[in-house]
Design a protein around this ligand. Structure first.
Ligand SMILES: [Zn+2]
Length: 305
């Protein structure tokens, strides 16, 4: 009886699928990176995300639970380029031995827009000019670099899963290629003079550079500092002068500024764009691919006619 029992237990243990504690624990700093890691890691990884759906990674305040999460992690995947200013201290205080993976490694960095279109706010005003733009994920070619970096980091951390990570990444990269073609086709359907929009903060610079839609924003590449009254006034002038057709809300930003600009200029509110964060499962953008599809549909819907 006892012997049969032990054989049975041994058989059960050998047949058991990878348990949660066998998986590679990965912490992603914000929701978009978490989605990339899930796509590449599949069921070999356990992913936690610090800044969750609809959260703003620019101004996040970490909790003691976050330090614990990082302390237990094998990999911490970050965007870098100045997005997560709160992260180095968190990593240090966690005392963990996780490898930090910078997903933007190798990306051609974009600087924040020079302030030649709208007025300066004055000497003590915090400016973004000369700052690095962290929103590199907004172009599909860049997203592919993120995915390749995450794949390579997972292979280094868990060589036994190399074939799985390569296959998952290849399948996901093919989806991103298809999405890139769809975005280009969608932009081509918008009349060229109408390819200009207003968004709350300067989060679409890489998208603008890749796809040829001009984005103007009263707030800079971070949400840390508010738009100045002068920047808002000069944007209102610019909308009227250049007949910008639409302004867009963001899921991470207060809608009131855009509502006011819309009311003062007559530019319509074209909908909500997802710049820095995914939505919960039941929202418009629960995954990165959903986010890009939603954004391009919203842009073409507002700008095509
Ligand atoms: Zn942002």
């Amino acid at each position: 009886m006892i012997r049969w029992g032990m054989v049975l237990i041994a058989a059960l243990l050998m047949a058991a699928p990878a348990r949660a504690d066998d998986r590679v624990s990965v912490v992603a700093s914000f929701s978009i990176l978490g989605d990339f890691v899930r796509n590449v890691g599949g069921n070999r990884v356990e992913v936690s995300t610090l800044v969750g759906p609809n959260g703003d990674a620019h101004v996040y305040t970490p909790s003691p639970a976050d330090a614990k999460t990082i302390a237990d992690a094998r990999l911490v995947v970050v965007n870098g380029l100045g997005l997560e200013g709160w992260l180095p201290r968190l990593v240090q205080s966690s005392g963990g031995k996780a490898t930090i993976v910078t997903a933007t490694k190798g990306i051609k960095v974009r600087e924040a827009d020079a302030d030649d279109d709208h007025g300066h706010g004055g000497g003590d005003h915090a400016h973004d000019h000369g700052k690095t733009d962290p929103h590199a994920w907004q172009s599909l070619p860049n997203a592919k670099i993120y995915v390749a970096n995450i794949r390579d980091a997972l292979i280094a951390a868990d060589p036994a899963g190399a074939a799985t990570y390569r296959a998952n990444a290849e399948a996901y990269l093919a989806k991103l290629d298809a999405l890139d073609r769809d975005v280009r086709a969608a932009v081509a359907s918008i009349p060229a003079p109408r390819r200009k929009v207003i968004s709350t903060h300067e989060a679409f610079g890489y998208f603008a550079d890749a796809y040829g839609i001009a984005f103007i924003a009263p707030q800079g590449v971070s949400t840390e500092s508010e738009a100045s009254a002068r920047d808002v006034a000069s944007i209102i002038t610019q909308i009227r002068k250049e007949k910008v057709p639409a302004v867009f809300l963001e899921n991470i930003s207060d809608p009131r500024l855009m509502q006011r600009i819309s009311a003062e200029t007559g530019a319509k509110i074209g909908g909500t764009l997802y710049s820095d964060s995914l939505t919960p499962e039941n929202g418009d953008a629960p995954t990165y691919i959903d986010m890009v599809r939603h954004n391009i549909k919203t842009l073409t819907g507002a700008l095509s006619s």
